[in-house]
Design a protein around this ligand. Structure first.
Ligand code: GLN
Length: 285
C-alpha cells in the first residue's frame, strides 16, 4: 500500500491501529520518526508527498506496533524531560511519572544545598533517563549511574553520548558499585511490581519490556528494603534520596527509610494522576 501524502497515511494508520486495539496517537509518533521532525512538526507537513521508501517504512512500523510491539521500541526512542532517548528491549521505556521524580529532585537540590559540588548516583539507570536528565538540568553535579544489565548500560551510554552528558557508568547490583563513596543525592526507579500483579498488566508491556526492570520479590518491596539497609553508609549530611514507588507502597517504603534514617524528613508525593508515586528522604546535618 502506497500513500500519497502525510495526511492520508496518518488517516489510514489511525483507523488501522484502532481496529487492532492500539492508540491512534501512535500514528503520529511513527510519522514524526519517518519525517525526522517533532510531534508538532508533523502538522506542518500534512500535505507533503511521502517517498516510496518513507511509505513502506511507515506501513512496516505501524504494522509492527499493531502486532503488539510498543511504539517507542518500533521507532527506537522516547521523549523524557524534553529530550529524546534511544530505547530498545534492553531498557524500560521511560514513563512520564518518572519525569516528576526528576522535577522534584531538581527543585529540592536548589533548596537544600548551597553552591557545593554535589555527587549524585542513579541506581538501576536503564536507558539513563534519570541520570542524564539530572546532569543536563544541574551541570554542576558529578553523576554516577549503575545497572545490573550490560545491555542496559550500553543503551544508557549511547544516550549519554548523544546528549553530551558526562556520566560515570558502572556495572553491578544496587549499591555494590558505589561502596566506599559518599553521595549527596541518590535516585532510583527500581523494579517494584509484585509478581502476582502480572496478570493485570497489558500484554504490550509484559511481552516486550524487561521483566528485570519491572518485577521484584517481597510484593515488589525487596529493593526498597535493601536500599534502606545499604544507603546509610553512602549518604553525606545533608543529603537527599528520591525513589519512584508503586502507588500502594508509600507507607511501607516510608517506614523502611524512617527506620534507617530516624532524623530524616520522609515524604510521599503524588504524581499528576493523584497517585502516590515518589518518596523523598531528606537527611539533615
Ligand atoms: N511504572 C512502571 C509500570 O507501571 C513500573 C516501573 C518500575 O517497576 N520501576 O509499568
Amino acid at each position: 500500500m502506497i500513500y500519497k501524502n502525510v495526511m492520508e497515511a496518518l488517516d489510514w494508520a489511525s483507523s488501522f491501529l484502532v481496529d487492532n486495539g492500539r492508540e491512534e496517537t501512535a500514528a503520529r509518533i511513527v510519522m514524526q520518526h519517518i519525517l525526522g521532525t517533532t510531534y508538532s512538526g508533523v502538522m506542518l507537513h500534512l500535505r507533503d508527498v511521502l517517498s516510496i521508501e518513507q511509505s513502506e517504512q511507515f506501513v512496516e512500523l505501524i504494522e509492527e506496533h499493531a502486532n503488539g510491539r510498543p511504539v517507542q521500541y518500533c521507532v527506537g526512542s522516547e521523549e523524557f524531560y524534553g529530550r529524546t532517548f534511544l530505547v530498545d528491549e534492553s531498557v524500560l521505556i521511560p514513563r512520564p511519572e518518572t519525569e516528576e521524580l526528576v522535577l522534584g529532585t531538581v527543585s529540592r537540590i536548589g533548596k537544600m544545598f548551597q553552591d557545593k559540588a554535589l555527587k549524585l548516583a542513579d541506581i538501576g539507570t536503564g536507558s539513563g533517563a534519570i541520570a542524564i536528565s539530572m546532569k543536563l538540568e544541574c551541570p554542576e553535579l558529578a553523576v554516577v549511574a549503575t545497572d545490573l544489565s550490560v545491555e542496559a548500560l550500553s543503551t544508557a551510554q549511547k544516550n549519554a553520548r548523544l546528549l553530551a552528558a558526562h556520566i560515570d557508568f558502572r556495572l553491578g547490583d544496587l549499591t555494590a558499585p558505589l561502596v566506599g563513596e559518599k553521595f549527596d543525592v541518590v535516585l532510583s526507579n527500581p523494579p517494584y511490581i509484585a509478581f502476582g500483579e502480572a496478570q493485570e498488566m497489558s500484554n504490550i508491556v509484559l511481552e516486550h519490556e524487561p521483566h528485570s526492570a519491572l518485577f521484584a520479590e517481597e510484593d515488589g518491596l525487596i529493593l526498597y528494603r535493601k536500599l534502606a539497609e545499604q544507603l546509610p553508609a553512602l549518604m553525606n549530611k545533608p543529603s537527599l534520596i528520591g525513589l519512584e514507588i508503586g502507588y500502594m507502597q508509600g507507607e511501607q517504603v516510608a517506614k523502611f527509610f524512617k527506620d534507617s534514617f530516624p532524623q530524616a524528613t520522609v515524604t510521599v508525593e503524588k504524581d499528576i494522576n493523584g497517585k502516590p508515586r515518589m518518596i523523598f528522604c531528606e537527611i539533615h546535618v
